[in-house]
Write a protein that binds this ligand. Structure first.
Ligand code: A3D
Length: 321
C-alpha cells in the first residue's frame, strides 16, 4: 500500500514540528508549503536528513506551489501570523482571514478529498472561513484546539496530583478563547471525577479553580514567556493525534472544533465539542447534558465565536453565512 500524503500549509514553528512528528510516527509522506521561498524547502531537507539517524522512512518535499499538494489525504493548515505579547487571538482576524481564503482555494483545486485540520487563530472563526473557502464538506474540515486545551488541563492536574499524565483525562468545551469551558465534572483521574477528588482531599477547590483559570489562559502564558510567537510543540502534537485517528480509522473521541447543525442548540458555527474522528472524518458529535452553570459558560463562549464569525462575514461577505 502506498504511503499517505500529508500536506502542511504553513511551514513555520508548528508546520516544522508537525513535519518532524509525522516522520517519527511514519504516518506518511510530507509536503511542506509556505509563501516564503526557501523555508519549506530548507525544513524539508533538514528533517529528511534526520530520518537515517532516527530510522524512519518518509518522503519530504518543500514547495511554494499549491499544485504540489495535489491528491493529499490530509492537509494541516497553520498558515498566517501568530500572536505576540499583548495581542489577543482575535487581533489576528484581518490578516489570517485573507490567508484562509487563499489556502481554501488551493485545497479546493488540488486536495478536495482531504481531511483538513485548521490550527490558524482565531481558531473557531478561521476554520469556519476555511470550510467556506474550500467548499469541502463540513465533516472533512475540523479545527484543532480542544486536544491542546485538554492537554494543558491534564498536564496541570497530573502535576498537582503527582500522578501520570496518562491517567488524567480532561474535558474542555466551547471556543478556543479565554472563555473556553474546562468541564470539571467530566474530568477524571483513573475514572474518579475531579469534584470527588476534592472531597477526598487530593486538592482544594481553590487550587482546582486556579488550574481551570491557568488552562483558559494557557496560550497566553506561553506567548508571555516566548515573546516572539506562540506555542508550537503541544499544538503540533494535538493535530497529529487528530490526523492519526483519521488515517488509521481509530475513531478516537477528541474535543475539536466541529461544524454544529443544531447540536448543543447551535446552528452554523464551528465550536469545540467532543467528536469521533475516523475514516469518514468527523463521524459523530458527542452531545452531553450541561447543568445551568456549564450552559451559561458555554453560551458566553459561543457568543464570542459568533462575534468573530460575524466580523469575518463583514470583511468577506462572499464567503456566505
Ligand atoms: P509561524 O511560525 O509564524 O508560521 C506561520 C507560517 O505561515 C509562516 O511560515 C508564514 O510564512 C506562513 N504564511 C503566512 N501567510 C501565508 C500564506 N498566505 N500562505 C501560506 N503560508 C503563509 O506561526 P506558528 O506556526 O507558530 O503558528 C501558526 C498559527 O497557528 C498562528 O495563527 C497561531 O496563532 C496558531 N496557533 C493556534 C493554536 C491553537 O490551539 C488553535 C495554538 C498555537 C498557535
Amino acid at each position: 500500500m502506498a504511503r499517505k500524503k500529508i500536506a502542511l500549509i504553513g511551514s513555520g514553528q508548528i508546520g516544522g514540528t508537525l513535519a518532524h512528528l509525522i516522520g517519527l510516527k511514519e504516518l506518511g509522506d510530507i509536503v511542506l508549503f509556505d509563501i516564503t521561498e526557501g523555508t519549506p524547502q530548507g525544513k524539508a531537507l533538514d528533517i529528511a536528513e534526520s530520518a537515517p539517524i532516527e530510522g524512519f522512512d518518509a518522503g519530504y518535499s518543500g514547495t511554494n506551489s499549491y499544485a504540489d499538494i495535489e491528491g493529499a489525504d490530509v492537509v494541516i493548515v497553520t498558515a498566517g501570523v501568530p500572536r505576540k505579547p499583548g495581542m489577543s487571538r482575535d487581533d489576528l482576524v484581518g490578516t489570517n482571514l485573507k490567508v484562509m481564503e487563499q489556502v481554501g482555494a488551493g485545497i479546493r483545486k488540488y486536495a478536495p478529498g482531504a481531511f483538513v485540520i485548521c490550527i490558524t487563530n482565531p481558531l473557531d472563526a478561521m476554520v469556519w472561513a476555511l470550510q467556506k473557502a474550500s467548499g469541502l464538506k463540513p465533516s472533512m474540515v475540523v479545527g484543532m484546539a480542544g486536544v491542546l486545551d485538554a492537554g494543558r488541563f491534564r498536564y496541570f492536574l497530573a502535576d498537582e496530583f503527582g500522578v501520570s499524565v496518562q491517567d488524567v483525562s480532561a474535558f474542555v468545551l466551547g471556543g478556543h478563547g479565554d472563555d473556553m469551558v474546562p468541564l470539571v465534572r467530566y474530568s477524571t483521574v483513573a475514572g474518579i471525577p475531579l469534584p470527588d477528588l476534592v472531597r477526598m482531599g487530593w486538592t482544594s477547590q481553590a487550587k482546582l479553580d486556579a488550574i481551570v483559570e491557568r488552562t483558559r489562559k494557557g496560550g497566553g502564558e506561553i506567548v508571555g514567556l516566548l515573546k516572539t510567537g506562540s506555542a508550537f510543540y503541544a499544538p503540533a502534537s494535538s493535530a497529529i493525534a487528530m490526523a492519526e485517528s483519521y488515517l488509521k480509522d481509530k475513531k478516537r473521541v477528541l474535543p475539536c472544533a466541529v461544524f454544529l447543525e443544531g447540536q448543543y442548540g447551535v446552528d452554523g458555527l464551528y465550536v469545540g465539542v467532543p467528536a469521533v474522528i475516523g475514516a469518514g472524518g468527523i463521524e459523530k458529535v458527542v452531545e452531553i447534558e450541561l447543568n445551568s452553570g456549564e450552559r451559561s459558560m458555554f453560551d458566553k463562549s459561543i457568543e464570542s465565536v459568533r462575534g468573530l464569525v460575524e466580523a469575518c462575514q463583514q470583511i468577506a461577505p462572499h464567503l456566505g453565512s
